[in-house]
Write a protein that binds this ligand. Structure first.
Ligand SMILES: O=C(O)CCC(=O)C(=O)O
Ligand SMILES: [Fe+2]
Length: 343
């Protein structure tokens, strides 16, 4: 996790920004297209989420993160609910709460109910009730935003592709959020890079990321392997393409390798919202998206098989940081050849 960074130089990556308050222009579609192909990342502004909502979620979430570890572990990997990822699973510095849709309110309440029983202090319960309400509002807004962005991204693939493929392929998508806190180790050796979250790709169609002003999100250049900084900017959210959309688009869009590094001696807060295909969906790029059928890169696969591949079978482990859709394709090819051998 800790690597010497003396040779690791980073550069700021300037991504195109989609302004959601304006009608979509052909020029913005073409810069988005380039960004989705080269980086798998772009920015959005005027997304309708207020700074106040982020501030409130941040401060209420801090109260949850500040609870004793034993309390948080009631939601941990060995609990029935498994919504809390403690330190030392994804990294020593990362912990996270998950809230799932479509009913974000009841998902948040389920976690809260485990931690706090009727004997809890009334004021605290009231705070947590508000927290669930805020997360519900956030989840609903992110759901609408994800639907909008998927349609825009489909337009990049071809004229009218949004209406042609949205209902057939993306109508049953669902979302969940991870509320993340990264704790900086404070003691930093000179020139050390601390990975708060190691290199990975996302198991989603798209992910919408809010990062606080600390920064630290980086994307890896496909060309020269350099880490590029995605510097936070007030009012801007980051959208990135996940593995599922990379596969569905036959690599027209790239699910880029990214990570989070901790550069400042403060806690870092982020919320990642993952918009995913339904588990039972068979992911297969349409012929019109593939173009030349000889260039089809993926055999059709069931979404859940891919998710299972990414999630460790070992009880309590985080989905494997380090694995990507490329590993999955190699894995399925092995399975196909093994089953052919056994025939
Ligand atoms: O914390 C962040 O900024 C990004 C987190 C992330 O990449 C993820 O949860 O997949
Ligand atoms: Fe990610």
């Amino acid at each position: 996790m800790v690597s010497n960074s003396s040779l690791e130089e980073t550069t700021t990556l300037n991504l195109p920004t989609l302004d959601l308050s304006k009608p979509l222009q052909p020029s913005s579609l073409s810069s988005l297209s380039e960004a989705c192909h080269q980086w798998g990342f772009f920015n959005i502004v005027n997304h309708g989420i207020s700074r106040g909502l982020y501030e409130n979620i941040h401060s209420f979430s801090n109260q949850l993160f500040d609870l004793p570890t034993q309390t948080k572990l009631q939601l941990g990997p060995s609990s029935p609910i498994k919504t809390y990822t403690p330190h030392f699973i994804a990294s020593p510095y990362f912990e996270s709460f998950r809230v799932s849709g479509p009913d974000f309110h009841s998902s948040a309440r389920d976690s809260v109910d485990v931690i706090f029983d009727e004997n809890s202090h009334e004021f605290r319960l009231w705070l947590l009730l508000i927290h669930s309400e805020m997360l519900n509002e956030y989840g609903k807004k992110m759901t609408e935003l994800s639907k909008k962005i998927i349609q825009i991204v489909l337009m990049i693939l071809g004229d009218g592709f949004d209406t042609r493929f949205y209902d057939s392929d993306f109508k049953n998508c669902h979302g969940y959020m991870r509320i993340n806190r990264y704790s900086h180790p404070n003691k930093l050796e000179d020139q050390e890079t601390i990975e708060g979250l190691g290199l990975h790709t996302d198991m989603s169609c798209i992910t919408i990321v809010y990062q606080d002003e600390t920064g630290g999100l980086q994307v890896k250049s496909k060309e020269d392997g350099r880490w590029m900084d995605l510097v936070p900017s007030e009012g801007t959210l980051i959208v990135n393409i996940g593995d599922l959309l990379q596969a569905w688009s036959n690599n027209k869009f790239v699910s880029s390798e990214h990570r989070v590094v901790l550069k400042k001696p403060t806690n870092r807060f982020s919320i990642a919202f993952f918009w995913c295909f339904e588990d039972e969906k068979v992911i297969s790029a349409p012929n019109d998206v593939v173009g030349n059928v000889d260039l089809r890169l993926y055999e059709p696969f069931v979404c859940l098989d891919y998710l299972k591949f990414r999630e460790s079978n070992e009880e309590g482990k985080f989905e494997k940081v380090g694995f990507t859709v490329k590993d999955f394709i190699a894995h399925t090819k092995n399975l196909v050849s093994e089953s052919n051998l056994n025939k």
